[in-house]
Design a protein around this ligand. Structure first.
Ligand code: ADP
Ligand code: MG
Length: 262
């Protein structure tokens, strides 16, 4: 079996196109006898092929929410479902499958391994998942090309600009064809030109590859590229109705399920 195709360990919901759903999700932290309400009863649907931005000031709760959507943290009340299954019910094996095959994450600080080349960084998750050499090489080149960095394949992270490093980390996140990319302040360390390139890349992946993207930012200049914009304020979520974009996804192409062997 081709290993970049979806695994069946995590059941697929047959009913609709909601991938991740937060239902009355709250997250409280206890700190020195004080309760911090980081996220307050949030409801959010992440649908297939949508680009969602969460915009909000530092401390508003963006990272807390994103971590719960990724299953890295669990709500103290309410729940987060991945294709209808409560993420807090996942066992370790299912969680590993989820993180390898279904959800890709991108961090503000890129999190590339410094001793590996751009190519090797992108290839690593496929190595870990046991994807065969031929297909691994095909897909690595394909995603490096997608982010416009095929020519930088041999460079180490320190030989790349911040914008290029983030593009490499996006290539790494999409290599396994996840359903959803969760990106926490992916442009936080970039200038405005590079930042808008990164959001353009997300737009491309949503429209052309059919992935869903949820990206947090505090930069309002970037949000116009997304389909849905939510403001996070004091742990609460508010949909900016007036700025919901209706992107024409008629060009929408389903990603090929098999690379290299079609
Ligand atoms: P943002 O990503 O929007 O900057 P966060 O989700 O990091 O916001 O934080 C939301 C709130 O929760 C803040 O008040 C923050 O101080 C608090 N918080 C986050 N993580 C913890 C933690 N591990 N322990 C206690 N409080 C936390
Ligand atoms: Mg944050």
């Amino acid at each position: 079996m081709n290993q970049v195709t979806k695994q069946t360990t995590v059941p697929k919901s047959p009913t609709d196109n909601t991938v991740i759903q937060a239902i009355n999700a709250s997250r409280e932290y206890e700190l020195e006898g004080e309760t911090i309400h980081a996220i307050r009863s949030v409801n959010l649907d992440i649908r297939k092929g949508k680009f969602i931005t969460l915009v909000g000031r530092s401390g508003s709760g963006k990272t807390t929410l994103l971590n719960m959507l990724a299953g890295l943290d669990h709500p103290t009340s309410g729940k987060v479902l991945f294709e209808g299954v409560d993420l807090s019910d996942y066992n370790e094996k299912q969680f590993i499958q989820l993180r390898r095959h279904r959800i890709g994450v991108v961090f503000q600080s890129f999190a590339l391994l410094p001793l590996l080349s751009a190519y090797e960084n992108v290839e690593l998750p496929m190595r870990i998942a046991g994807v065969g050499a031929k297909e691994r090489s095909y897909r690595t080149n394909e995603v490096l090309d997608m982010v416009g960095l095929a020519r930088r394949a041999k460079h180490r992270p320190y030989e790349l600009s911040g914008g290029e490093q983030q593009r490499i980390s996006i290539a790494r996140a999409v290599a396994m064809r996840p359903d959803v990319i969760l990106a926490d302040e992916p442009t936080g360390e970039l200038d405005s030109v590079n930042a808008s390139e990164i959001f353009g890349l997300f737009r491309h992946m949503v429209s052309e590859e059919g992935m869903s993207v949820v990206a947090t930012t505090h930069d309002r200049a970037l949000i116009d590229m997304s389909d849905q914009i939510y403001t996070v304020h004091n742990g609460m979520l508010e949909l900016n109705e007036s700025s919901v974009n209706d992107y024409d996804n008629s060009q929408f192409k389903k990603p090929a399920t098999v690379t290299g062997s079609k």
